[in-house]
Design a protein around this ligand. Structure first.
Ligand code: ZN
Length: 329
């Protein structure tokens, strides 16, 4: 039996495709934000002059995940300044963002490499070159300097928002304290497909003096609701660390639901297929068939196996789907 978890206030709709997707958020020209004050393009830093944490709000790690761009512009356009510590606001992959084509709105996630899988010393110090590696190398000191990092993303399918973070106590504490989104994808042993920005350097070590580093997946890329949540989450992140005062009441808290990443499956062949259309949050019984990849069968490794981020259009060498199980409270 497969079933969709009743996690969503939003009806879990039919899978999103390029023909049906509504682009609700205007993708403006970001050139006005190019010249920051750090010597690194599209990176803006504000020092309070008082002791306190250094918080990084990062947008556009993936070029078509535009909700973070809205949040970062909100912080810059409204003149948000830290009461304590330091605030850095960055637009990561503006080159991919600028390649947006409304007739193929999923194509500008990346140009060559996935900018969210190259944050290991091996890649950053390695011999390869690409727009993503050049940008990651330029932004490396920005990420390394931050105590706490919020990296803002969105999903291709129209599913409820969720956090993603390594299973370190410092990350869980912050995500649970903020409490919105109410769903958490926790990674006990990384992504399994590369090193994400939030696991660069000391942020990738359990026993570490680093602060929290979280991804927030805000919903479908082009939804206004994703942009609104990205902005709200960025502000809550800053409130949590005392950089800004709360403006209005705290948001309502839903019961928190946490899932543990078991396995990241990669697409191995052009024959990759799911057994039926999947958008995320479907559950499978142990050994139930989820999909096939050439002659390989993809079966659920446990009961209540819950999938996250099934690929919308399989590409060999990229992620196919994340298999998780619920963490019982
Ligand atoms: Zn992303």
């Amino acid at each position: 039996m497969t079933a969709v978890l009743p996690v969503s206030p939003v009806p879990l709709a039919a899978p999103v495709n390029a023909e049906s997707v509504a682009i609700e958020v205007v993708q403006g020209d970001l050139s006005a934000y190019r010249e920051g004050n750090t010597g690194i393009d599209y990176v803006h830093r504000f020092e309070s002059g008082r002791p306190g944490p250094h918080v990084l709000i990062n947008a556009l790690t993936h070029g078509n995940e535009i909700c973070g761009m809205v949040a970062a512009r909100h912080l810059l356009d409204t003149g948000v300044r830290p009461l304590i510590g330091t605030l850095t606001v960055s637009f990561a992959h503006v080159e991919a963002y600028a390649a947006f084509d409304a007739s193929q709105p999923f194509e500008n996630r990346q140009i060559v490499h996935n900018l969210n899988r190259v944050w290991s010393d091996e890649w950053l110090d390695g011999p390869e070159d690409s727009p993503e590696l050049r940008r990651a190398r330029a932004m490396r000191p920005v990420v390394a300097a931050a105590d706490h990092i919020l990296d803002i993303h969105s999903t291709s399918q129209d599913v409820v928002p969720f956090w993603v973070y390594p299973a370190y106590a410092r990350n869980a504490a912050v995500a649970l304290a903020i409490g919105q989104p109410a769903i958490h994808l926790v990674m006990p042993s990384g992504l399994g497909s590369g090193t994400p920005l939030i696991q660069h350097g000391r942020h990738g070590q359990d026993q570490s003096t680093a602060g929290a580093a979280l991804v927030v997946e805000c919903g479908q890329h082009f939804r206004q609701s994703a942009a609104d949540l990205a902005t709200a989450t960025a502000l809550e992140f800053l409130v949590h660390f005392g950089l800004i005062a709360r403006d209005g009441p705290a948001p309502a808290r839903a019961p928190q639901r946490r899932f543990e990443l078991l396995q990241t499956l990669m697409v191995k062949t052009t024959e990759f297929r799911f057994t039926r259309p999947l958008i995320g949050f479907e559950t499978f019984a142990k050994d139930e068939l989820i999909g096939t990849d050439g002659t390989d069968e993809i079966r659920a490794p446990c009961d209540d196996c819950t999938i996250f981020m099934p690929t919308r259009a399989p590409i060999v060498g990229r992620e196919a789907v994340y298999l998780t199980r619920p963490i019982r409270p």
